[in-house]
Each structure stands twice: as C-alpha cells, then as structure tokens.
Design a protein around this ligand. Structure first.
Ligand code: DGL
Length: 267
C-alpha cells in the first residue's frame, strides 16, 4: 500500500455514488475505484445469506486494485455483512456507512426520538437501533423500510410524481411519532432527498452519512500516513456488473460530470 493506492468503494448500484461525491469533495487527489453491482441490485429484499455472498464478491473485485481502504457505501452490507468484508480485506481498513450515520444522528437529535428509513434487510436487522442505543440508551428509534425508493433512484425518478406518492405512503407514519431527526439509512435515498425532505417537513433534520464517512476516511488516511499528497484531481474508475451505458448516464445525471467510461466486470 502506498499513498498512490486507490480508495475502493462499493454498493449494489448507483446509491454509493452519494458517498463517492462526498469523498471526492473531501479528498480530491485520491484515486477512487467504484464498483456498483448493477446485475444484482437491489440487495435490500434479499436474505442475509445472499447479501453476505454478494459482499464477499464485491470485496474481491475491489481487492484486485490493492486499495488502501475500502468503504462499504451500502447500509445493507454494513448492517448484515461488515464482518465478511473485513475478513476478506485482511489488514486493509474497512469503513461502513452505518456507524457514521448512527453517530451523527445521536449528535443531532435534541428530543431523543430518531426515525430511520432503510431497506427491508437493514430495518429487519435492527442494526441502526443497536448502534444508536449503544451510544445513547435513552433514544427511541422508529424504523420504516422503504424498498421502492431503490428502484425509483435507479430509474432516475428524482422528482417524479410516483416518488412523491410513494414517499407519502412510507413517511406519513412519522408525523405522529414526533421525531426530530431522520436517518437516510440507505445510500440510494439521498438521491431522492428533495422529495423526502418536502414530504417529512422542514422541522426534521435529515442525516446522510456520506460526509461523515468521507471525513472518517480522511482521518484514517492521515493517521496511517497514506493521504495522497498530489495536487492532481482524479477521475473515479467505475466498474459495474451489468448495463454500463445506463450507469454512465445516471452517473452524469447525479454527479453532473461528462459521460464517464464504465467498465463491465463479471461477478
Ligand atoms: N444502497 C444500498 C443501501 O445503502 C442498497 C440498496 C439495495 O440494493 O436495496 O442499503
């Protein structure tokens, strides 16, 4: 591992790009290798056994590039299979999105009532409630699975009437819960942030763990002397397991950059 080694980031699809964006902003000189498992998205409705298998495959793909750190930009994998990733990485440090989101929510909440939205697998795992209550046992965590948000984000339905209708259906229950903080416990959800924010109301603080993860990554690279000193801005290397053209177009839409090259890899 050297300062030139890349940062590996993965998710089931485009959701992890929300993390790529934050890492790029915090660490513009770092080389990023991103893998989106577009052949097998969504992960959220799948069983733990399947998610753990996918996590091992995703890690193996990134390990080919000898990264200096791996960021699990997927809450579902962070909740159910972080140990699988850590085991496959050996000495390479692993950063998951879940703990960062939980920590930020605990810091922000004033009334100790936190809402969490995520995939079916993340919500059923209870991992957010555990992580939040480990930091503060007095906090009440109210969770809601929002499985349709993932395909809506993958379709680029950022501000579509269908997204508004489904958001109303999923989020209405939070109104009587008096939460003051809502964690976007799936990296696809920040793509739909505007609709989520407008549906839930402006009084509730929305937590997106991407920035916290980026800051943690910088801290870790600094501590280990692996921060890339070059002043050169790097373009991420993108890998997907299916439909590279579609990914390229969505990347352009979300990241506002030129159509990037996307490489197809087999899982
Ligand atoms: N973006 C991922 C997450 O944070 C996975 C969503 C999915 O594939 O269902 O959970």
């Amino acid at each position: 591992m050297t300062t030139e080694s890349p940062i590996g980031i993965f998710d089931s699809g485009i959701g992890g790009l929300t993390v790529v964006k934050a890492v790029q902003a915090a660490l513009p000189a770092e080389r990023i290798i991103y893998f989106g498992d577009t052949a097998r998205v969504p992960y959220g409705p799948k069983s733990q056994i399947t998610i753990r298998k996918y996590a091992a495959d995703d890690t193996a793909i990134l390990m080919r590039y000898q990264p200096k750190v791996i960021i699990v930009a997927c809450n579902t994998v962070s909740a159910l299979a972080l140990d699988v990733v850590e085991k496959s990485c050996g000495k390479i440090p692993v950063i998951g999105v879940l703990k960062a989101g939980a920590k930020l929510a605990v810091q922000v909440s004033k009334n100790n009532r936190i809402g969490v939205i995520g995939t079916q697998a993340t919500v059923c795992s209870n991992a957010y409630a555990c992580a939040i209550n480990q930091l503060n046992a007095d906090i009440e965590v109210i969770s809601q699975a929002c499985p349709l948000f993932v395909p809506l984000a993958e379709e680029g339905f950022i501000n579509h009437p269908a997204t508004r209708l489904i958001a109303e259906q999923y989020l209405a229950g939070f109104r009587k819960q008096e939460i003051d903080t809502l964690v976007l416990g799936c990296t696809h959800y920040p793509i739909l942030r505007q609709v989520i924010e407008e549906t839930i109301g402006s009084k509730i603080r929305i937590i997106d763990s991407a920035e916290a993860v980026a800051l943690r990554t910088r801290e870790l690279l600094l501590e280990s002397g692996l921060l890339n000193p070059s002043g050169h801005v790097s373009v991420p290397h993108l890998l997907v397991s299916d439909l590279p053209q579609k990914f390229s177009m969505l990347y352009q839409l979300f990241m506002g950059s030129e159509l990037p090259d996307v490489e197809l890899v087999e899982v």
